[in-house]
Every structure is written in C-alpha cells, then in structure tokens.
Design a protein around this ligand. Structure first.
Ligand code: ZN
Length: 225
C-alpha cells in the first residue's frame, strides 16, 4: 500500500533527513566538538545549530523527555562541561569524557549517556542512575539558552545557524570526514505484551494495541516507506 504525502509532509521529511544527517555528523565528531568548545561557543551561528536527538522515553500511554526540543549543539556541550558531576566520567585511559546525548526511563531512573573523550576520542554509551536529577539540570540550562535564542531572533529575525559541516571545517576536520552517511530508511518493528512498535529512521514511533486496534503515533514519518 502506498500513500501520497502532502507537500508539507514532504518538506517535513526533507528537513528531518537533513537534521538526521547533521546529527550523525555530530555523533561522529562529538569528541572534537567538545575539545574545541571554547573556540566556537562565542559564535551564535555555531552555538545554535539544531540537532535531532532522540531523548524521549515512549511507553504505552505516555511520553517523557529527559530534555525538550529544540536541542542546540551549544546547549548540550555547555551543560556537560558545566555539570561534570552528572554528565562526565572517566574514559578507559583515565581522561574525563563528557555526555553528548542521553536517553532513559523516568520509571526505572536509568539513564543511557553517549560519552566522548575530548583527549583520546573514545566514544561509547554508559549506563547510570538518576534520570530526574539530569532531566532537571538539563532543562534549566535549556531554558537559559532558549531565552538567549529568542532574544537573538527578536533582534535579528533572519538569524540562521550554519551547517554543522561549516563548524567542523573551521576546526580543521578533513573534508572526507564530513561526507554525510546514507540515511537508512528501514523501519524497525518489534512486539511485546500485545503492542506492536514501529520505529522510523528519524526517531518517530507508532504503537499499535493489538487488542483494541488503537494506534498512537509520535513524530511518525514512515508512512510511504
Ligand atoms: Zn580519553
């Protein structure tokens, strides 16, 4: 079965694909971006680059976010550097590595943090407890930066952040390392306890209750795959 998307939905898709590519580059170069934060934090067109991070905990009946969109590059890095007690830990070589994205469950309190070491480039996911503490801290930092962003847009309505590639170029990242990875369009399907979960490659999810037939969608963009 195929469905025709409206131009608006297609525009939305393109933006999602673009932001997903940006975010993949962010994941790849997180250690460099953290290491050189002082070099780019002062430029709003770098600081307010928007990432598409998947920070929502989606369950049947509710969605909880450890942090709210928009996710500005500068905010995430600033938050980790400002609160190392919550957002850093040692890499295997004993350096201080910092979190660059997070997820987890408010129910169990478990938090998964992707960590990158600015010294050796180590990059891995770690598990911690303390979802609520981290969520509170993150959201406070986000609120500060969102105020700054709003003031910026007010004084300069044409303000736009640059492409993450331009920031990485300014940090002397070689051009071959900026090639955008191909977007995987695969939809992942899983089942548990009478629910069917489908996840699209952009972080959207569709949940179907097989008993009632009720379908709940969250940022779902997989309709014409
Ligand atoms: Zn290290």
């Amino acid at each position: 079965m195929s469905q025709v998307l409206s131009p608006t939905a297609e525009d939305c898709r393109e933006r999602l694909e673009f932001m997903t590519s940006i975010t993949k580059l962010y994941f790849r170069h997180a250690s460099t971006l953290i290491a050189h934060y002082d070099d780019w934090k002062g430029k709003d067109e770098f600081f307010f680059i928007e990432l598409r991070l998947d920070m929502a905990y989606v369950s049947t009946g509710f969605i909880a976010r450890i942090a709210n969109p928009p996710y500005f590059l500068g905010t995430i890095v600033r938050n980790s550097l400002l609160h190392p007690d919550l957002f850093s830990n040692e890499c295997p070589d004993g350096h201080q590595a910092f979190a660059y994205t997070y997820s987890g469950s408010p129910l169990s309190g478990r938090v998964s943090q992707a960590m990158a070491c600015p010294i050796c480039g180590w990059n891995a996911w770690t598990e911690r407890r303390g979802w609520h503490d981290r969520s509170r801290t993150l959201k406070a930092i986000q609120a500060e930066d969102l105020e700054r962003y709003k003031a910026l847009k007010e004084s300069n309505p044409d303000f736009k952040p640059v492409d993450l590639k331009d920031l990485l170029r300014s940090l002397a990242v070689p051009e071959e390392d900026l090639v955008l990875p191909r977007i995987d369009r695969k939809i992942e399907k899983s089942e548990s306890d009478g629910f069917v979960f489908q996840r699209d490659p952009f972080g959207g999810v569709m949940i179907e209750d097989t008993n009632t037939g009720r379908i709940t969608c969250y940022q779902w963009h997989g309709l014409n795959e």
